[in-house]
Write a protein that binds this ligand. Structure first.
Ligand code: SF4
Length: 324
C-alpha cells in the first residue's frame, strides 16, 4: 500500500463490511497520523494476519503469515519497520534485516508458544537425544532459535523436516503442530509440550456443533489446533494456506478455526463467501492497536535489539529455513 495518496476517508470502503460506520471515527484520526508518520520516517508496517482490519487493511504495507512477513522483512529498504504482530516476529525481522530500526508497539505482545521453551531446555534435549537435529518453530525467541539447527513455520514444517534427510527430528515447541506434521511424513518426530493458547482451546465438539448449526459449512483449521480438531476439519493449513483455499475453492460458507481477526481480514476480499465466526482471540496480537502503532512511530518505541552472538546463530537457523 502506498501512503502517498491515501487518507482515512478514502480507506473506509475497504473495511466497511467488517467495521460499522459508527466505529470509524474512532480510527480515522490515528490512520491519517500513521500514514503521515510513515512518510516522514520512511517507515513500513508489517502486519500479521491476526491483526484487526483497521490495521491490516488501512495502515499495513505488507501483510501475511509469519513466513511471508519474515521473507518480506528481508527485502525492506525503508529505514524503519513497525511490526504489527508479536515480539518473536519483530525479532525475526531484526535478525533478517539487522541494519533497520525494528519497532514493536507493545513489548508485552508475546506468545504462549515462545514462552514455553528456553535455550537451556534445548541444550538438555540435545544431551538426551544426541545427534538428532532440532527444528524450531518460528514462534520462539531469538535465543531459542540460536540453539536450533533450522526453523520452520506451519506453512513449511513438513518440507523443512523432510529436507534434513534424517529418520528422526526434534520439533519444538508446539506439540500439536508436531503431531499434525508427524501424520504427514515418515520422519519420526519428537515433540515438546508447548501449545498456542488460542488454538488449543478448540475442541472436536466445537467443530461438530458448527457443522450441525451451519449445514454444508467448509471447516478450515490451523495446524496449531489439537490433532482431534484437525481430524474433524476439511482442510488444515497455515493462515496463508487457509486464505488461498478460500480464494481458490470459493466455498459458499466457511469457518476458519483460528484467531478471530483472520476471518474479518479474509472476508474483506471475498464478499461472495459467508464466514461463520466462532473464533478465539489472541490477547498478545490484540495488544497492538492503531494508537500504539502511532506512538511507536512518534517516539521510536520499542526498538528491538538482539545480542550479536545470539543473532548470528539465530539468523543461520532462519536462513536455512528460507533456503528450503
Ligand atoms: S495466536 Fe497463538 S501462536 Fe499466535 S501469537 Fe497468539 S499465542 Fe502465539
Amino acid at each position: 500500500m502506498s501512503g502517498m495518496t491515501l487518507s482515512a476517508a478514502s480507506l473506509y470502503d475497504r473495511v466497511q463490511r467488517v467495521i460499522p460506520a459508527i466505529e470509524w471515527p474512532v480510527f480515522s484520526d490515528d490512520i491519517d497520523a500513521i500514514l503521515k508518520l510513515k512518510r516522514e520516517r520512511n517507515a513500513v508496517i508489517l502486519a500479521h494476519n491476526y491483526q484487526t482490519p483497521e490495521i491490516f487493511h488501512c495502515v499495513a504495507d505488507i501483510v501475511g503469515d509469519s513466513l511471508a512477513l519474515a521473507r518480506k522483512a528481508m527485502e525492506v529498504e525503508a529505514d524503519v519497520i513497525v511490526l504489527a504482530g508479536v515480539h518473536f516476529m519483530a525479532e525475526t525481522a531484526k535478525l533478517l534485516n539487522p541494519s533497520k530500526t525494528v519497532l514493536i508497539p507493545d513489548m508485552r505482545a508475546g506468545c504462549s508458544l515462545a514462552d514455553s521453551i528456553t535455550p537451556q531446555d534445548i541444550r538438555l534435549l540435545r544431551q538426551r537425544y544426541p545427534g538428532v537435529p532440532v527444528v524450531t518453530y518460528v514462534n520462539t525467541s531469538a535465543a531459542v532459535k540460536a540453539e536450533s539447527d533450522i526453523c520452520c513455520t506451519s506453512g513449511n514444517a513438513k518440507a523443512v523436516v523432510e529436507s534434513l534427510g534424517v529418520p528422526r527430528v526434534l520439533m519444538l515447541p508446539d506439540e500439536y503442530l508436531a503431531q499434525n506434521i508427524a501424520k504427514q511424513t515418515d520422519v519420526e518426530i519428537i515433540a515438546w509440550k508447548g501449545h498456542c493458547e488460542v488454538h488449543e482451546r478448540f475442541t472436536p465438539e466445537d467443530i461438530r456443533e458448527m457443522r450441525a448449526a451451519h449445514p454444508g459449512v467448509t471447516v478450515l483449521a490451523h495446524p496449531e489446533c489439537p490433532p482431534e480438531v484437525v481430524a474433524e476439519a476439511d482442510f488444515a493449513g497455515s493462515t496463508a494456506a487457509m486464505s488461498d483455499y478460500v480464494g481458490r475453492e470459493k466455498p459458499a460458507r466457511v469457518v476458519l478455526v483460528t484467531e478471530c481477526s483472520m476471518s474479518d481480514n479474509v472476508a474483506v476480499e471475498h464478499p461472495d463467501v459467508e464466514f461463520i465466526r466462532p473464533c478465539n482471540l489472541c490477547p498478545h496480537m490484540k495488544r497492538i492497536t492503531l494508537g500504539n502503532i502511532r506512538s511507536a512511530l512518534e517516539r521510536n518505541e520499542h526498538a528491538v535489539t538482539i545480542d550479536p552472538t545470539v543473532a548470528v546463530r539465530a539468523r543461520l537457523a532462519v536462513e536455512r529455513m528460507l533456503a528450503v
